[in-house]
Design a protein around this ligand. Structure first.
Ligand code: MEV
Length: 331
C-alpha cells in the first residue's frame, strides 16, 4: 500500500539524476501491440531526469525542451503525462512528497522515438536514487510499463523495455526479450515529418480497424511478425541488404494499416531515391519519424539528410552501435 504523506523513505538532500534512452523500431510496430514480434534498438539520444526537494508544496514538473513547466495535478485526467507520473509516485508511496522534477531530453516528443517511455524510466531512476529505493531494472521496467499504458491507452511494453535495458532486441510482449549483438555499426538517418503524432491515437485507430475486420488485419500482423523475425536474423548477420528490403515491405504493410501520412511518404521516397537500402516510418506513425537504413558508404547518409533538409524537413544522422551502445542507462 502507498505510504501516507510524509512517511515515505527519507529523501537525500542533494538532487539526484536518472537516465534512459530513446528507441528506434526497425520492424514490427503496431503488430507488437497484438502480440507479434518487433525489432528495436536504443538511440544514443538521451533523457536525463533530476529530482530535488521542491521549495513549494506539491510536485512541479519541467521539461524545458518541450516547453513543459507546471504543477503536477494528480487528479488531472486530461494530462496523460502528469497522470502517468502521478501513478508512478503513488505506486512508490511518494504521492505526498514535495518534489521538483526536471527532465532534459535530446529526444523530440511525439515523433515515434519512445520519448514518453524514456521520460518515465529516467524519472523512476531519479526517484530511486533520490529516495535510495534501489529499484531493480525489472521493477523500473514494470513501473514504466504502467506509465506507458496511462499515456498510450494500450502498449506492447516495447518502449519501456528499450528505455530500461538499452540494448538492441527482438521484443515480444510477455516473452523473454532476446538481445541482439550487432556485428557492425548501422548507419541510419532519422527524418522528422514535423507532424507530432500521438501514439495513443494511432494505436486506438488500428485497434478499431482490427475489431472491424479481425481476419484481414491479423493476416497483416502475421506477415509483419514473419518479416520481423527474418529481420532479426539479418541484423545479427550484418545482412543490410535483406534488412533494408524487409523495412521496405514493412512500410508497405504499415500503409495497409493506414498509419502513414503524405509527409511520411515523401520522406520515404526521398530516402529511397538517394540510395537508402530501406526506409519506413518508425513508431506510431500518422506523422512522426521516418527511418532510413543507409549502408556503409557515408555519402549516402549525407545525401539523404541533404535531400530531406532541402525539402524542408529536419533530418539527422545516427549510428546504432550494437554492443558498444550504452547497455544500461542508470548513472
Ligand atoms: C510505438 O512506439 C510502437 C507501437 O507499436 C506501440 C507499442 O508497441 O506499444 C505503435
Amino acid at each position: 500500500l502507498p505510504a501516507a504523506a510524509g512517511t515515505g523513505p527519507a529523501p537525500r538532500t542533494a538532487p539526484c539524476q536518472g537516465r534512459s534512452f530513446g528507441k528506434v523500431i526497425l520492424l514490427g510496430e503496431h503488430a507488437a501491440v497484438f502480440g507479434r514480434h518487433a525489432l528495436a534498438a536504443p538511440l544514443s539520444l538521451q533523457v536525463v531526469a533530476q529530482v530535488a526537494q521542491n521549495p513549494a508544496a506539491g510536485v512541479d514538473l519541467a521539461i524545458p525542451a518541450w516547453g513543459v513547466e507546471g504543477h503536477l495535478g494528480f487528479a488531472d485526467q486530461q494530462n496523460t503525462l502528469h497522470h502517468a507520473l502521478g501513478r508512478v509516485l503513488a505506486e512508490l508511496g511518494l504521492a505526498g512528497e514535495d518534489l521538483r522534477i526536471e527532465v532534459f531530453s535530446d529526444l523530440p516528443r511525439a515523433m515515434g522515438l519512445g520519448s514518453s517511455a524514456a521520460v518515465a524510466v529516467a524519472v523512476i531512476r531519479a526517484l530511486s536514487n533520490y529516495f535510495s529505493l534501489a529499484l531493480s531494472d525489472e521493477r523500473v521496467n514494470a513501473l514504466a510499463y504502467g506509465a506507458e499504458v496511462e499515456v498510450h491507452g494500450a502498449a506492447s511494453g516495447m518502449g519501456n523495455t528499450l528505455a530500461t535495458y538499452g540494448t538492441p532486441m527482438l521484443f515480444r510482449a510477455a516473452a523473454p526479450r532476446q538481445a541482439i549483438v550487432l556485428p557492425k555499426p548501422l548507419q541510419l538517418v532519422l527524418g522528422y515529418s514535423g507532424v507530432e503524432s500521438l501514439t495513443a491515437k494511432m494505436v486506438a485507430q488500428v485497434a478499431t480497424l482490427h475489431r472491424q475486420h479481425p481476419a484481414l488485419y491479423d493476416k497483416i500482423f502475421d506477415d509483419i511478425d514473419s518479416l520481423t523475425q527474418q529481420g532479426a536474423t539479418a541484423l545479427a548477420r550484418g545482412d543490410d541488404a535483406l534488412l533494408g528490403e524487409l523495412m521496405n515491405i514493412n512500410h508497405g504493410l504499415l500503409g495497409a494499416l493506414q498509419v502513414s501520412s503524405w509527409e511520411v511518404e515523401e520522406l520515404v521516397g526521398l530516402a529511397r531515391r538517394h540510395g537508402a537500402l530501406g526506409a519506413k516510418l518508425t513508431g506510431g506513425g500518422g506523422g512522426g519519424t521516418v527511418l532510413a537504413l543507409c549502408g556503409e558508404d557515408p555519402q549516402i547518409a549525407l545525401d539523404i539528410v541533404a535531400a530531406m533538409q532541402q525539402a524542408g524537413y529536419r533530418a539527422v544522422r545516427t549510428t546504432l552501435e550494437g554492443e558498444s551502445a550504452p547497455r544500461k542507462a542508470s548513472p
